[in-house]
Design a protein around this ligand. Structure first.
Ligand code: PLP
Length: 411
């Protein structure tokens, strides 16, 4: 008799987005004339930059010609893309990252989950609370946790609260943890990390032999020139960090799919016999075995992000969303609502007024303004009392939603 991976049974049913859909559908059925505006989604709305589209059209033409046709590519990605990433995203910022340390993939979501393949089952794992749920659920699937408690926290994980009280930056844990997930700019809080904060984590990780998983999917939204874009801007990070990046949010590749992970050569973790093993070798082996690369066409599209035209167009895209974020921040503040984030990130993290729970605020906003956001409690227990509003939307929708809040929302 075949058996299942029982760890899947520990997963809390994907509660957040189905519950949002259930409440929105019920409201829409009762108020068929309401024009509901959804500001809850983490997906981009604007079209792909023309530089990327043109490059992909050319790549399709290449595929139609015997001389330029491509079959299987390198599992790690084409050298021309890896070299552009290394030069532009890392070396230009003073980071010591070589093209060979960059692994192209079809998404940061899968890389964040797949990376667990090369780590042991006995690591102590730390996540922030609230958190991008993929970090938690992939550890549950891998059998690294117990069941949930009444707060929805999985046994065996170390939760590091990030709230207004600590400026949404986790305190360095007092106990030893082996794997640490950090996400800056942060989803869902929109918070960023200074170099000093990251340095404290790097020092901790080096002192304890821990590995930091640094997810910087929203790096392109950083506008403050003093903030680090990569953990490799911090001295010593090559000895303790793996970085995940994506073309999803900077160039609108959420549906096109391209991302990359940096695994420094010489970064090691312990084998059962106590020896140090290079993680680059394991990740290379894992990818070569379980992954056959991203399509040539998509990699050409991603390469175009680094062209002169691509750079201009990506900046325009980011600027568009960040103007949405500015409007959201300003209008909510004017309505007497406290907001965080949204300055170096596409997410505005709202403190629910009058002590409303995240779901009560959701219901109030839906019924009074027909505006949908994401309850903070869905990202973890410490997200209770907060609410995420996304800047990924049309200008028209953002302006109308904010006008409705200004006109109709009473605290
Ligand atoms: N990391 C974070 C923090 C995200 O919010 C997301 C998507 O919303 C991802 C990774 C996924 O990126 P990708 O589209 O490359 O899989």
């Amino acid at each position: 008799m075949a058996t299942i991976n029982n760890n899947y049974l520990k997963l809390k049913a994907g509660y957040l987005f189905p519950e949002i859909a259930r409440r929105v559908n019920a409201f829409a059925a009762a108020h068929p004339d309401a024009k509901i505006i959804r500001l809850g989604i983490g997906d981009v709305t604007e079209p792909l930059p023309s530089a990327c589209r043109d490059a992909m059209i050319q790549a399709i033409a290449d595929m139609g010609n015997r001389d330029t046709f491509k079959g299987y590519g390198p599992e790690q990605g084409y050298a021309w893309l890896r070299e552009k990433i290394a030069a532009h995203d890392f070396q230009a910022r003073g980071c010591d990252v070589d093209a060979s340390e960059i692994f192209i993939s079809d998404g940061s979501k899968c890389d964040c989950g797949n990376i667990l393949d090369i780590f042991g089952d006995d690591n102590a794992i730390a996540v922030t609370d609230p958190v991008y749920p993929v970090y938690v659920d992939t550890n549950v699937m891998a059998g690294h946790t117990g069941d949930t408690n009444e707060r929805g926290e999985y046994g065996g994980l170390v939760y590091l609260p990030i709230t207004a009280d600590n400026n949404f930056t986790a305190e360095i844990p007092s106990q030893k943890v082996d794997l640490i997930y950090l996400c800056f700019p942060n989803n869902p809080t929109g918070a960023t990390a200074t170099k000093e904060h990251l340095k404290a984590w790097v020092d901790y990780a080096r002192a304890h032999g821990s590995i930091i998983f640094f997810d910087t999917a929203y790096e392109a939204f950083i506008t403050d020139p003093n903030l680090p874009h990569s953990i490799y801007e911090i001295e010593g990070a090559r000895d303790c960090a793996i970085e995940f990046r994506s073309f999803s949010k900077n160039a609108g590749f959420t549906g096109t799919r391209c991302a990359f992970t940096v695994v420094p050569k010489k970064l090691t973790a312990k084998a059962a016999d106590g020896s140090d093993v290079e993680l680059w070798n394991l990740w290379n082996r894992r990818q070569s075995t379980k992954f056959n690369g991203v399509s040539y066409i998509v990699q050409r599209g991603a390469e175009a992000v680094y062209s002169e035209a691509g750079q201009v167009q990506v900046k325009e895209l980011i600027g568009f969303y960040m103007e949405n974020a500015r409007i959201i921040r300003e209008k909510l503040t004017a309505a007497g609502i406290a907001v965080y984030g949204g300055v170096n990130a596409p997410y505005v993290w709202v403190k629910t007024p009058n002590g409303l729970s995240s779901w009560d605020f959701f219901d109030k906003l839906l019924s009074s303004c027909n505006v949908v956001g994401t309850p903070g409690s869905g990202f973890g227990a410490a997200g209770e009392g907060y609410f995420r509003i996304s800047a990924f939307n049309s200008r028209e929708n953002v302006e109308e939603a904010m006008q409705r809040i200004a006109d109709k929302f009473t605290v």
